[in-house]
Design a protein around this ligand. Structure first.
Ligand SMILES: CCCCCCCCCCCCC/C=C/C(=O)SCCNC(=O)CCNC(=O)[C@H](O)C(C)(C)COP(=O)(O)OP(=O)(O)OC[C@H]1O[C@@H](n2cnc3c(N)ncnc32)[C@H](O)[C@@H]1OP(=O)(O)O
Length: 240
């Protein structure tokens, strides 16, 4: 009897040890990821500032940072996986990350003629400030040393930055429309062997319209997060 009780305790201890090791590994991985992303966006911020100071214009800036931007923004896909670990929604994160990746790869990087638009500069600056704040917030939180200013910034900056970012993105897509129509890029006209037609021009218009239902949901989600974190409100959100 005593030996089976002992066995139970040994088994429990082993399980607890395994759980603790797993949780430590996850925390280490998350900390590494968030530090890497903070560093990446800081590099982008410094590169943009240096470019502007040296050249005195934003023309050519996108080209100079395109590779780094593509790398770090695409790497953010990891976050959809992180949703399984932390208390965040796959849908909210998925829409956010995918729309950004789409903006980088299939609009701004694909259409050279729009890269010098002011709207591109606008969303780049907004994304950079947002991401430095967001990833440093996660990092300090994981390290249990979260300065109040970072927490405040994480849950206040978005109030202005989110709409500004969306304005930058929408104007950029709008600027792309004439080039897409003229070039017929990413489009398929009939007749073709697949018997399928696709017009990227109209697809872009649909993307722009999809901001109308999607953006308010993301924004309201962030306002709820703000009330929860800064004002301690208990908020029950529907899970996906
Ligand atoms: C085919 C193409 C289709 C395109 C369709 C287009 C339509 C798109 C429409 C929408 C347009 C949006 C475009 C985006 C524009 C911009 O980004 S503009 C720039 C300004 N942006 C912002 O301010 C972004 C603000 N939004 C967010 O931060 C997002 O909603 C988010 C990134 C998804 C984060 O939300 P969420 O995770 O729910 O909030 P948090 O409070 O930060 O986190 C919740 C808990 O999860 C923990 N956590 C999350 N991520 C991490 C992590 N990486 N590491 C560690 N921990 C993490 C976090 O700590 C919280 O934990 P608890 O406090 O313990 O709950």
């Amino acid at each position: 009897m005593a030996s089976s009780e002992e066995d139970g305790t040994v088994e429990e201890k082993e399980n607890n040890n395994k759980k603790r090791t797993k949780s430590a590994l996850i925390t280490a991985w998350l900390t590494f990821y968030n530090i890497a992303m903070t560093a990446g966006w800081l590099v982008l911020a410094i590169t943009m500032m240096r470019f502007y100071i040296q050249k005195g214009t934003h023309k050519g800036l996108y080209r100079s940072i395109a590779r780094t931007l593509k790398f770090f923004q695409t790497f953010a896909l990891v976050e959809v996986r992180i949703c399984r670990i932390v208390r965040t929604s796959v849908i909210v994160t998925g829409v956010q990350v995918c729309s950004r990746i789409y903006m980088v790869w299939f609009i701004t990087s694909s259409i050279r003629q729009i890269q010098n638009e002011e709207s591109v500069l606008l969303f780049l600056v907004v994304w950079t400030v947002t991401e430095i704040t967001r990833y440093s917030y996660y990092t300090f939180k994981l390290l249990h040393h979260l300065p109040y200013f970072i927490k405040w910034a994480r849950y206040n900056f978005f109030i202005i930055l989110y709409p500004l970012g969306v304005v930058g993105e929408l104007f950029t897509i709008y600027a792309a429309l004439p080039f897409v129509r003229r070039s017929g890029m990413y489009s398929m006209r009939l007749p073709n062997k697949y018997n399928v037609s696709f017009d990227y021009y109209y697809f872009l218009i649909i993307v722009m319209l999809s901001y109308i239902p999607l953006f308010p949901q993301l924004y309201l989600h962030m306002l709820r997060q703000r009330r929860r974190v800064l004002h301690g409100e208990v908020i029950v959100e529907k899970d996906d």
